[in-house]
Design a protein around this ligand. Structure first.
Ligand code: MN
Length: 374
């Protein structure tokens, strides 16, 4: 959905309804919270009733955003609203059960996002995978609809896009992104102040975490793959908050010669969260993530999988090694069936060794393995 007609009809939905529940994904980042605040304050400025819900609430690191105190955990019982809006959320599950329940009386679900893997779960979907941030989509929509741009919206859009583009550095950043930033500055954004609040204001425990992560740093695939890990024990010992690790992966992605960085994190319930970043399109980490039930973007993707940590690491690292073969071509030429066979083989050492050696040698995978994996 991306034509002018679609933008107009989506605008009609926001004009003709009165109450909105704006939601974003669990463990929200700057783009998730920023998109909620940006759209919500524009809607409030035209007299709408807006609820701002996130299952995990507002991270401390984003409390400086004006109006952010409105971000609440969802109420236990559903609230009657006209429209539920999911922002920056690749799947409905990522909103969390309590958000989905609280918004279950909504008559219409709108899905606004920029994740390539988004399955279009809304009644109305506006998904633009080319946009570097959901915040930029919100900016474009607000402008196209002629909605006001209050200070809360202006600042939230800037932080949403800045944090999702690594401070306007990633390849997804376009001339349009910089023009948008210029328009926000023209509209009164205090660029020095907002960047200082976003990037020069970290709690000390984040640096303690960085020290701990550096002690686990590993290099693989001829130094083209860097990874580090965080155990649940470290999380408790350092009294970490979920957003303390936000963006740290960029430090190892930035190493000379590194193509892909991976961050393995043991979650309290024993599951493993994997974040992956690729330097360029020659290695698509979203493809690898999807093979393990995850998703995201070509250059930034994630997985939640079963542990223990060592197993998850071994599985994902060997898949990434394959993905890095021949400039990223190896994984891409694996068709869906072969990728499934690959994942199936991971828990079967003999099959897996055979598969890895065939792939590393540039050979095709034996048919009997694909058949066995069914
Ligand atoms: Mn985003």
């Amino acid at each position: 959905m991306s034509s002018l007609n679609d933008i107009d009809s989506l605008g009609e939905i926001f004009r003709t309804h009165q109450s909105f529940a704006l939601m974003s994904h669990m463990r929200p980042d700057g783009d998730a919270i920023g998109s909620q605040l940006a759209l919500g304050h524009a809607l409030e400025a035209i007299g709408k009733t807006v609820y701002y819900w996130n299952q995990d609430g507002l991270p401390d690191s984003l409390k400086f955003l004006p109006g952010s105190e409105k971000i609440q955990r969802p109420p236990a019982e559903p609230i009657v609203v006209d429209v539920a809006v999911a922002l920056d959320t690749a799947t409905k599950v990522r909103l969390g059960d309590s958000c989905v329940h609280a918004a279950s009386h909504a008559t219409l679900w709108v899905n606004i996002d920029h994740h390539l893997s988004n399955p279009l779960y809304g009644d109305e979907n506006y998904v633009d995978a080319k946009s570097p941030a959901t915040g930029q989509i919100v900016f474009d929509l607000i402008k196209a609809w002629g909605f006001p741009l209050p200070a809360e919206t202006r600042d939230a859009i800037y932080v949403a896009v800045s944090t999702d583009t690594g401070s306007f550095q990633y390849a997804s950043t376009t001339a349009h992104t910089y023009r948008m930033a210029a328009e926000l500055i023209d509209a009164g954004l205090d660029v020095g102040r907002i960047n200082a609040l976003t990037y020069d204001n970290h709690p000390f425990r984040r640096i303690s975490l960085l020290r701990s992560l550096l002690n686990t740093l590993e290099m693989h695939a001829d130094h083209r793959l860097a990874c580090w890990e965080m155990t649940d024990a470290t999380r408790m010992e350092l009294a970490l908050q979920p957003d303390d690790s936000e963006g740290l992966i960029d430090m190892i992605r930035a190493i000379e010669g590194v193509q892909v960085a991976a961050f393995f994190e043991e979650l309290p319930e024993g599951r493993i969260r994997v974040s992956m970043r690729s330097k360029d399109a020659s290695c698509n980490v979203c493809d690898v993530a999807m093979a393990f039930g995850g998703g995201g973007h070509a250059l930034a993707a994630g997985i939640r999988m079963t542990g223990p940590l060592a197993d998850a690491k071994e599985k994902v690292l060997s898949a990434l090694e394959i993905a890095l073969q021949q400039g990223g071509a190896a994984w891409n030429v694996l068709c869906k069936k072969l990728r499934m066979a690959y994942c199936w083989s991971i828990n079967r050492p003999t099959w897996h060794r055979m598969m890895l050696s065939r792939l590393r040698g540039g050979h095709s995978i034996p048919k009997k393995l694909v058949i066995a994996a069914r």
